[in-house]
Design a protein around this ligand. Sequence first.
Ligand code: ATP
Ligand code: MG
Ligand code: MG
Length: 555
Amino acid sequence: KGKKGPDFIRQIINHDLETGKNGTSVHTRFPPEPNGYLHIGHAKSICLNFGIAEDYEGGKYNLRFDDTNPEKEETEYVKSIIRDIEWLGFDLTDRIFYASDYFEQFYEYALQLVKAGKAYVDSLSAEEIREYRGTPTTPGKNSPYRDRSVEENLEMLENMKNGKYKDGEHILRAKIDMSHVNMNMRDPAIYRIKNATHHRTGDKWHIYPMYDFAHGYEDAIEGITHSICTLEFENHRPLYDWFLDNVTAPCHPQQIEFARLNLTNTVMSKRYLLELVTSGLVDGWDDPRMPTISGLRRKGVTPSALKRFAREIGVSKVNSLIDMNFFDFIIREELNETADRVMAVLDPLKVVITNYDEGKSELVDAENNPQAEDAGNRQIPFSREIYIERDDFMEEPPKKFFRLAPGKEVRLKHAYFITCNDVIKDKEGNITELHCTYDPETKGGNAPDGRKVKGTLHWVSAEHAVDAEVRLYEPLFTLEDMSDMEEGKVYKDYLNPASLVILENCKVEPSLADAVPGNPYQFLRKGYFSADSRYHTSEKPVFNRVVALKDSWAK
Ligand code: ATP
Ligand code: MG
Ligand code: MG
């Protein structure tokens, strides 16, 4: 779409549509295994698959749960996956499918293969099967069970299905070529025995299909035209095609591979993410440091920022590592356009305005978002005591320090100019408050005599401010490329101890008590922040930093 011209996948689709290879419209699918929460890599795949379907006239997309493995799959994951995809903005009405609904059909295809002499029941042990497979440079050898008769195979397969055997006792394999250069073609497994309970089919089945056997059939049954998957399946494609070519399938989808998304300073494998959750190293699957869609949502990343990111990185045939800073840059670009500006003081220092009447307060006018025309204004309270950021004051400032210092004048955003007269300290010499005077003529931020001030500070009225907690996040891991771990180390050795910093004594403007999770703000001069969906209440606001402020994406 747009300036760059079609990517290589859309080029293939365009060509297939022109030649009528797989019909006249495109049908894609996203096939997660419900064994974990979705991560940003999945988001890339969803945006690609569903985005293609939306781009083409008559295009369709399916969400298909690839729930062919009974052991690790749970309905909690099914629910979270649906929620995450709907949150991204894709309508799933009538678009949800389960591979487990095709178990009968898979079995029928297996019978076709057996009857045609193209599949057999093997009784070697798993270890023997590995030995017999050979290596990439040496051929494998045939199993002694390879020439079982069709009748015997049919009978044994039936028994496997009905639970007559123990796990691992037999296995159904395709009969292809034990010396094939592509190891995947050396009589790959079709069904393994698992006497396990499935989340949807219960105890009905005692055999479960292997991915390579089932996947193409799932696609064909649903009428998928283009089956888009990640690069590691490239040398499985001959097998994908073989299984489809050797039964009477409804159609033959085209498998296309693209490079998976890898991000700096994070892990993306569901196994690692699950371990982080179960070991309590993070606060659930939706911990804002997690690369999960739910974690990003909780942190305050918007669906459109995520989609924009997916569009910007595009698709490629070569694996690469995307810099997390680029994602942050995209989020910042997005939120700069959409987020309301508010004032929050993260490390408060009290300022008493000595010439402002005690007990008095007033409202000053504040623009919500200078980047959005119709964002409107709001009124914020100003009074004799306010808080500013502690590091916006220096007792002995260096030359180019334009913020507050003894004898210096600065502007309070949306309010008045103030000048610092006195620095109040406790017995240990810590600064406890500043005494300043304001110029009543400068309301709104300009002096009638035309005098200029260099610094503009954010602030909140002490009497009106709400106490809040603010959580700052850094990457979860210290190693940029987590595939570069040193020998003998594991991913947990690279956990970043500073990945979460909690600031407990922040002061925020009163409107923020009503903040809604998922609706991020710009805290002026501090970054973008969003109310935490788990801990935020109007009595005790809790904010997550979505991303810090920075001007540009510089590498
Ligand atoms: P894991 O290896 O961590 O279990 P997976 O790829 O097996 O992840 P699935 O649930 O099978 O997880 O993934 C569903 C779809 O998402 C697949 O089509 C897969 O290719 C795609 N996908 C998974 N990870 C990424 C990624 N990092 N980038 C792009 N697509 C991905
Ligand atoms: Mg997997
Ligand atoms: Mg998978």
